[in-house]
Design a protein around this ligand. Sequence first.
Ligand code: ARG
Length: 454
Amino acid sequence: MTLWGGRFSTKLNDQAWDLNSSLSVDQRMAIQDVDGSIAWADAIHKAGILSDEEHEQIALGLDTVKAEFSTGQFVFAPADEDIHTAVERRLSELVGAAAGKLHTGRSRNDQVATDFRLWMLGAIPQLDAALKDLQSALVEQAEAAGEIVMPGYTHLQRAQPILLSHWWLSHYWPLDRDRARLNDLTPRVAVLPLGCGALAGTPLNVDRAALADALHFAKPAPNSLDAVSDRDFAAEFLFSTTLIGVHLSKLAEQIVLYTSAEFGFFELSDAYSTGSSLMPQKKNPDVFELTRGKAGTLLGLLTGLLATLKGLPSTYDKDLQEDKAAVFAAFDTLTIMLPVLAGALRTITAKPERMRAAIDSTMMATDLADYLVNKGIPFRETHAIAGKAVRAALESQLGLEQMPLEAYQALSPAFEADVYQVYDPLSSIQKRNAIGGTSLQSVKNQIQKIKENQ
Ligand code: ARG
């Protein structure tokens, strides 16, 4: 049974049927489809389309259909074109003729957009919870890192010493913005298309505000033409998942680098690493490489949907059916990835001695310039003097901390014997004590702020 066919002389070509059918994708909105139908049945009962008896039959029937989906007992029929057809077909088996009245004044166009939005309203909190747990893993690592120092990089060149805890937290905040972005999307998802019909609105006397309340939407969509075509929420969702992917990829890329023998800053636990079929010694960071790789796939889903939307003329077009596969794929990707990442990060081991060994005294050249600033010399001059000190050290093949005091004093008479104190990474770190800096106190404040907001 299709929900259409009266005006056709032959049935749809089998291959065209396969192309057209969306059941394999939209069956995961089964519960949402039934919930939307229950609310619609209530609304058209109030509008006088269903008698009390018909309404009761349909409501009971839909409860049964929902229970069949919840318990995995629902059996799809070969002719179920999509989830909407499957629900109505089963309802008619259960309650007979009354089922044929359920679709009065409704179209699959307003129905599918409603189902999809309902699904997303449930998906956002699930993603949020997984992101929150990943954030907790980062905070746990930051707290465990204590006074461990590591090199900080710009341009992937050694730059300045930082606390490992500060580095962990640098990956916390992007996820905080991601969560805010997802939650900020919610009010735009919670706009109800149901009651807009195919495009022009429903001819029934339906209270759409009450319908929105019943389905826990914030409000009914104000324009029927827009309501059945608006997929901004899907595009925004995909942008959010893509940016999450980008953030996770950035973290993953650093872990891949830092677990290499060349860096050796971290070691992955065996439970989250993989081997090579050929090289017995290999311990590979596949989890993080896949995280990096899937960010590309997520971006593809976003650009794919935007390209689809771009070409559409007006209201509902069947191209829109492509929206769900993309959004579900993005959701599934993150749903698999996020807990694995949290586990991998919770079990990673830092190698403080390797991190410390990677900090050389030139990374404190800025502190050397600041040392002279404290003696009253303008920074522009001290920057040049410190640069010359670095060059002198390189030329004499000595560390800055090994250069004799006379060599410093040849560059500026302001240098004194205490100059060597600038080469302690932790004291360099401790000077960066303003809000957002890497000092122990600043990082402690960061963690406190995180805990207050949780
Ligand atoms: N499977 C369709 C979709 O996902 C449902 C809406 C179909 N509407 C229509 N007029 N054929 O968009």
